[in-house]
Design a protein around this ligand. Structure first.
Ligand code: SAH
Ligand code: SF4
Ligand code: F3S
Length: 474
């Protein structure tokens, strides 16, 4: 098996095949793209950032909102032109669609976009190599089985060099799929049922990442806090228990996890926020709406008050915790009063960051069939008001660090000579002077200024700096 793999690049000789992967959507797609890239490296494909050089183009897609899904077809239109030009020169181009649009629209894609040679859904990535072989033999392939096995176990392990090339922070998918069926959401249909990767597999991958120089791990899952597994001696573990084990791995200095559902924040996970210095004080906990009627229609299965009480408990465990959330405006039936309840919840919580979207009806979801759809103009107006409020809180949060010390994990070079970029425990990008420390080090710096999307540490200010400090009295 490994011999076949090793032979592939040699057979390709001077004419190494190149793969270009374009990633849309959430962090899980980023992780999946990396794993697909690693697997394809074993089949003799080198990654490229230039689509013009590619022999294989993969679009790793997102289906969450209509705009995200439609983008794929316009991209495929451009790729089609490229393929026609290529063929005129006697060169070939293989085109694949992976990810959530692949799962949701499988055969439809092949019909609507003749340029596409293969469609592989998120639970079938271990079949990518086989699918490519079938394409080479002249087939058009659609692989959209939603099995519940651990596909990652069937993909080759990442090697140290690949990991190190990606830097000192890494994603690690620990849970996939969703059984919650919120009425607006396609994820249960595109990612399948909730599955946890086994404890041993997660630990093995985390150790491998740490050994290659990773300092910060972000555990990923559509409902990451629904993770459960069996630790040493058959002990039942939840995400809190997993985090405690991961915190013991030498080299791992920081842990994060995303995305959590309020219903799965159990006592042990909350206690982990109190007990673990490595668990960063930042939590993405989407609530979607502040109105009980809308939460009910969305099938979130909690009320606004439950969410606020949960935050009280989390803040008791970790008083400095920064919160972020997701919101949908204009869900069917959302009245002015419902929307005001969302604004009120945001005023109470003061999120450090939050993402908000206009409701987008998705085919096949219960929400799309509900009555009381909200007019586009109303959605637009609500979204603007909500985003302005969120932005106000976000900027105030950033500003609160000016004059204070922060621990920054140095991640990469900055845009200007002499500058490096890292992140604070609260996930804020911080520009630090190069003299502060090397990539992979955690350095303590004093924050001097708050810029629109980052903080500037003392000594990092550079004459080339283009951004203006934020504190500007109009
Ligand atoms: N598992 C996460 C959400 C994953 S999807 C959770 O339960 O919170 C990411 C975000 O996209 C959601 O939180 C929601 O705010 C948004 N979203 C999902 N479906 C949407 C739709 N149909 N229209 C608009 N926004 C949507
Ligand atoms: Fe979608 Fe709800 Fe599942 Fe989140 S919990 S992925 S919003 S169905
Ligand atoms: Fe999009 Fe699928 Fe992620 S729909 S948000 S890529 S789980």
């Amino acid at each position: 098996m490994s011999q076949t793999r090793n032979e592939a690049p040699a057979r390709a000789g001077a004419n190494v095949r190149k793969v270009f992967i374009k990633t849309y959507g959430c962090q899980m797609n980023v992780y999946d793209s990396q794993r697909m890239g690693d697997a394809l490296a074993g089949d003799g494909y080198e990654p490229t950032d230039a689509i013009e050089d590619a022999d294989l183009v993969l679009l790793n897609t997102c289906h969450i909102r209509e705009k995200a899904a439609e983008k794929i077809y316009s991209e495929l239109g451009r790729i089609r032109e490229m393929k026609i030009e290529r063929e005129a020169q006697g060169r070939s181009l293989t085109v694949g669609v992976t990810g959530c649009v692949a799962q949701a629209e499988g055969p439809e894609i092949v019909e609507r976009a003749p340029v596409v040679d293969l469609v592989v859904g998120p639970q079938a990535y271990h079949r990518l190599g086989g699918a490519l072989a079938r394409v080479a033999a002249g087939e058009r392939v659609v692989e959209t089985d939603l099995t519940t096995q651990d596909k990652f176990e069937k993909l080759p392990r990442q090697d140290g060099r690949q990991i190190a090339a990606r830097g000192v922070t890494a994603f690690l998918t620990v849970q996939e799929g969703c059984d919650k069926f919120c009425t607006f959401c396609v994820v249960p249909y595109t990612r399948g049922a909730e599955v946890s990767r086994p404890f041993a597999a997660v630990m093995e991958e985390a150790r491998r990442l740490a050994a290659a120089g990773v300092r910060e791990l972000t555990l990923l899952g559509q409902n990451v806090n629904a993770w459960s597994g069996e630790g040493g001696g058959g002990r039942r573990l939840g995400l809190g228990g997993l985090l405690r084990e991961l915190a013991e791995i030498p080299g791992i200095a920081r842990l994060r996890y995303t995305t959590s559902h309020p219903r799965d924040m159990d006592d042990d996970l909350i206690a982990a926020h109190r007990d673990l210095a490595a668990l960063m004080p930042y939590l993405h906990l989407p609530v979607q709406s502040g109105s009980d009627a809308i939460l009910k229609a969305m099938n979130r299965r909690h009320k606004a008050g439950d969410y606020l009480r949960l935050l009280d408990r989390i803040r008791e465990a970790r008083p400095d915790i920064a919160l972020s959330g997701d919101f949908i405006v204009g869900f069917p039936g959302e009245s002015d009063a419902d929307f005001e309840a969302t604004m009120e919840l945001v005023r109470q919580v003061r999120f450090a960051a939050a993402y908000s979207f206009k409701y987008s009806p998705r085919p096949g979801t219960p929400g799309a069939a509900m009555g009381g759809h909200v007019e586009e103009a109303v959605k637009t107006e609500r979204l603007e008001r909500l985003q302005a409020l969120i932005r106000e809180h976000q900027l105030a949060f950033q500003e609160s660090f000016v004059g204070r010390e922060q621990e920054v994990l140095v991640e990469k070079r900055g845009r200007h000579p002499g500058q490096m970029i890292g992140r604070s425990p609260f996930l804020l990008p911080v520009v630090v002077p190069q003299s502060a420390g090397a990539i992979g080090e955690i350095v303590t710096v004093r924050i001097e200024a708050s810029l629109p999307n980052s903080l500037m540490a003392e000594g990092a200010d550079h004459e080339n700096r283009v951004a203006q400090p934020l504190r500007k009295i109009a």
